[in-house]
Design a protein around this ligand. Structure first.
Ligand SMILES: Nc1nc2c(ncn2[C@@H]2O[C@H](COP(=O)(O)OP(=O)(O)OP(=O)(O)O)[C@@H](O)[C@H]2O)c(=O)[nH]1
Length: 852
């Protein structure tokens, strides 16, 4: 089917300017750009008004402007025009050149002719040379200068393409073509020979550069019918012209269709600047520019690709499933597009440009890949944390759990990375794999540290519970076997706890040195519990010594508080009590981890206890203390020999008064029991009071009243439960009794007759003075370090009737009345003051000092 005539547009205007805009429009509408290499370019040159446009329009269905036959011969075609042939396959474009030797430009203006001829030769596969039949063989033929120009400019093309020159003889005569053609070819050869050629092409035949074809047409004006018929015949030769054997079958150096316009423009530019036209270099240049353009276009397509934009935004918020597959596909699509369009350009150029495009594309998409890896990294670490917790929770060993969980997390990460990479890139994710490995290691370390410290703390707690309180109890009851018991306790508990700890540690698969080091640290900790407790107790040694002294001194063998009746051997008791205190001191003096027997107690006894025979402490002999120092390493010394001495001195001074009190109480008791008037007084009382005694004896009423009074007092004492009231202290006792006295009395009096009540009261007062006193109780014979000595003396003096309070008092801020000690604690302790019976010593006695 015949297509509509294609619009011809101007490619180069009459001024020699390249009409880029209209040419681009032509390329777009004619659809030439997408033809690849499958297109042909034909141009026609020849004298002005030789019917070139007419021939093209008839031959290719174009609409080049033709001269109106009735207006005379003048130039109608200015510059170069272009149109797509209609109905010629493959795609064929044809260029109509301005006629040569035209009068329009003047005789001398041949520059444009040369330039347009060179241009046509450079870009065309087939060049039609239009010539009048009558010019053949003529010396002054119009086409001779044209041919000369063609051949001359051909020499300016480096590595010229092989072009088909189709001579179209117009207005053929009766002379057959077979006779005309040899003449023409002879003319052509002559002209070729006459053209100055470079040395390299001096002997090159014309056939090297040109395929020369000849055809002849009858006159369009006179034999139009025949003209049309023969044109149709000629048209057939242009079908599949580029196929082997076709008119342009052996053409060379074709520029791909998409680069045709740019190539033409550049060639025209070079020609206009009168520079040498290096076609191979030009071809590379065209390829470079076009491949760049194609690559740029494909890159833009990729960046605005909807699928890519979706993927990119998806990966911002989390790992995108199928990332590598999707991205690989997107990249592939655009790279294939590039390949498709750039395929006909110079291979080296297009490959290089492809590489550049690929790098640019990969650089563009790589941040998304990195983002994907970052998500995978986070995911792997989270998975590791969760899985490790679960595995540890299932009771598996720590090291085994770490090993298994690390492997599965890293495998998953590796798989994720492998899915995220694309085949077009050789992205290396080993570094991030290394980072994940480090993340896992860091987390493992922190968990391991936490678990180990948890285990260690747990074991420490157990040791503390097992050792601290029992050790304290052992020190409270310090004696010969205290340190042996402590050692036994230590051994038993550490042997129970440490192996269990070691077994738990085995799950961590530590190096044996490290594991043993941890166990050893724990053993040291256990020792430190004992040692610290020993130091703590050593700080309170004075208090304990005094407690020990009091326990022994103030209580008998059955732990019953002593009543100092005068029969007791205070000296022996005091010595026992001091000996007990000294024993405590000797236990607390040093830490004994080894079972070797030491002489600390015997040295202390000989230097402190035995060395203080009378009244004052003798200075211990130095060699004893030196021996003591040698017995104990400094780190195990709790109380140094000099501190022992000082503590002992303080202890003695603070217990001295207790002994004095005991002696005083004994003397008072003795006096109290033996207080009878002298015999002469008794005789005088009997003689002088004989009458009163007799009156009393003779009057039964007096006897009766006396008896009733006694009963009343007794009843009151029972009712008020005086002993119990005084157990809470003297002042509370007095207050309580005075509050209860009146109601009790009233209660009693209600039972007795009114008259007898008055007598009863009178007798009660008398009887109360003589009523048997409750069992006398001794005051506590302890000196509190916070009680001033004068106060204690006042409380224990015979004229003081107020019994000491048995209440335990804590007085942390109470100043000590004693001299300073090198042992730190005794200033702030509380002291037990056990309930003691009151005592009524008659007078002071200094004889106690003979014992101290
Ligand atoms: N004698 C003769 N005249 C022809 C033939 N073909 C066309 N013409 C006439 O020649 C004149 C010029 O025709 P064009 O086709 O415009 O010639 P042209 O070579 O394109 O002219 P320019 O483009 O101006 O150089 C017209 O008047 C045509 O009628 C032909 O085969 N023989």
């Amino acid at each position: 089917m015949e297509e509509e005539a294609a619009e011809a547009v101007q490619l180069i205007d009459g001024e020699g300017e390249f009409a880029g805009d209209s040419a681009e429009r032509f390329m777009a509408t004619a659809g030439v750009a997408g033809c690849g290499l499958s297109y042909a370019v034909i141009s026609i040159m020849g004298p002005q008004s030789s019917g070139k446009s007419t021939l093209l329009n008839q031959l290719f269905g174009t609409n080049f402007r033709e001269m109106d036959a009735f207006r005379g011969r003048s130039q109608t075609t200015k510059g170069i025009w272009i149109a797509r042939c209609v109905g010629v396959e493959p795609c064929t474009v044809v260029l109509d050149l301005e006629g040569t030797d035209g009068r329009e430009r003047g005789e001398d203006d041949t520059a444009f002719e040369k330039q347009s001829s060179l241009f046509a030769l450079a870009i065309s596969d087939i060049v039609l040379i239009n010539m009048w039949c009558h010019d053949i063989g003529r010396e002054q033929a119009a086409n001779k200068p044209l041919l000369k120009t063609v051949f001359q400019v051909m020499m300016r093309l480096f590595s010229p393409r092989k072009t088909t020159l189709l001579f179209v003889i117009r207005d053929k005569t009766r002379t057959p073509l077979e006779h005309l053609e040899p003449v023409l070819r002879e003319d052509i050869q002559k002209i070729w020979n006459s053209v100055a050629k470079p040395e390299a092409h001096k002997d090159t035949p014309i056939s090297e550069f040109f395929n020369v074809e000849v055809t002849a047409l009858p006159s369009f004006e006179e034999k139009e019918e025949q003209f049309r018929e023969q044109v149709q015949q000629l048209r057939k030769r242009f079908a599949n012209s580029i196929a082997p054997g076709g008119l342009a079958g052996d053409r060379r150096g074709v520029v791909p269709a998409s680069g045709f316009l740019f190539s033409s423009q550049q060639i025209w530019k070079v020609i206009r600047e009168n520079k040498d036209l290096d076609l191979p270099a030009h071809k590379v240049m065209v390829a470079t520019v076009r491949c760049d353009e194609i690559a740029h276009e494909k890159f833009s397509c990729l960046t605005s690709d909807a699928e890519w934009m979706d993927l990119e935004s998806a990966v911002q918020s989390g790992p995108a499933p199928g990332f590598g597959k999707k991205l690989g596909y997107i990249v592939d699509v655009h790279m294939k597009e590039y390949d498709k369009e750039a395929i006909y350009f110079d291979e080296a150029v297009r490959t290089a440009k492809r590489q550049l495009l690929k790098s640019r594309v990969l650089n563009h998409v790589q941040p998304a890949f990195q983002k994907m890896l970052a998500h995978l990294r986070t995911k792997a670490l989270e998975k590791y944390k969760t899985d490790l917790n679960l595995t540890l929770g299932s009771g598996k060993g720590f090291a085994a759990s770490v090993r298994d969980t690390t492997e599965s997390s890293l495998n998953e990460f590796d798989q994720g990375c492998a899915d995220a990479v694309i085949k077009q890139a050789d992205w290396d994710y080993s570094k991030i794999l290394e980072k994940v490995r480090r993340d896992i290691e860091d987390h493992t370390l922190s968990v391991r540290e936490g678990k180990l410290s948890e285990l260690t703390n747990h074991a420490k707690d157990k040791l503390r519970k097992a050792l601290a309180e029992p050790v304290e109890s052992l020190f409270d009851a310090a004696g010969h076997s205290t340190w042996a018991s402590i050692r036994n306790l230590f051994k038993r508990e550490t042997e129970a706890i440490l192996p269990e700890f070691r077994k738990t540690l085995s799950g961590f698969e530590m190096e044996s040195a490290s594991s043993e080091g941890t166990v050893s640290n724990l053993r040291d900790y256990a020792r430190s519990i004992v040692e610290n407790k020993a130091k703590e107790e050593a700080g309170k040694v004075l208090i304990h010594m005094k407690e020990r002294f009091t326990t022994v001194f103030s209580h008998d063998k059955d732990s019953i508080p002593r009543v100092w009746t005068g029969k007791e051997d205070v000296r022996a008791i005091a010595k026992d009590a001091r000996s007990a205190a000294l024993k405590h001191l000797s236990v607390m003096a040093a830490i004994r981890w080894d079972e070797k027997r030491d002489r600390i107690e015997s040295i202390l006894t000989s230097t402190l206890l035995d060395g203080s025979k009378i009244m004052e402490v003798h200075k211990p002999r130095n060699h004893h203390f030196i021996e003591l120092l040698e017995q104990v390493p400094p780190k195990y010394t709790l109380i140094t020999p000099s501190q022992c001495k000082s503590v002992w001195k303080q202890f003695k001074s603070e217990t001295e008064f207790t002994i004095t009190q005991a002696v005083s109480t004994q003397q008072a008791h003795k006096r109290g029991n033996g207080r009878l008037p002298p015999p002469w007084a008794m005789v005088a009382i009997a003689v002088l009071g004989f009458n009163e005694i007799m009156v009393l004896l003779r009057n039964p009423i007096y006897m009766f009243l006396l008896f009733v009074g006694y009963l009343m007092v007794k009843a009151l004492a029972v009712q008020l439960d005086i002993n119990r009231e005084f157990q809470n202290g003297v002042v509370p006792g007095i207050i309580s009794i005075s509050a209860k006295l009146v109601p009790t009395l009233q209660n009693l009096l209600n039972k007795v007759a009114t008259e007898q009540q008055q007598h009863g009261n009178h007798h009660h007062q008398e009887a109360a003075a003589e009523a048997p006193q409750p069992q006398p109780q001794l005051p506590p014979l302890l000196l509190s370090p916070r009680s001033p000595m004068s106060e204690l003396r006042r409380q224990h003096m015979p004229f003081s009737r107020v019994p000491l309070s048995p209440v335990r008092k804590a007085a942390p801020s109470s100043p000590s009345s004693t001299s300073s000690s090198t042992v730190s604690s005794p200033r702030n302790i509380s002291e037990d003051q056990k309930p003691s019976p009151t005592v009524e010593p008659d007078n002071e006695s200094n004889s106690a000092y003979s014992i101290v």
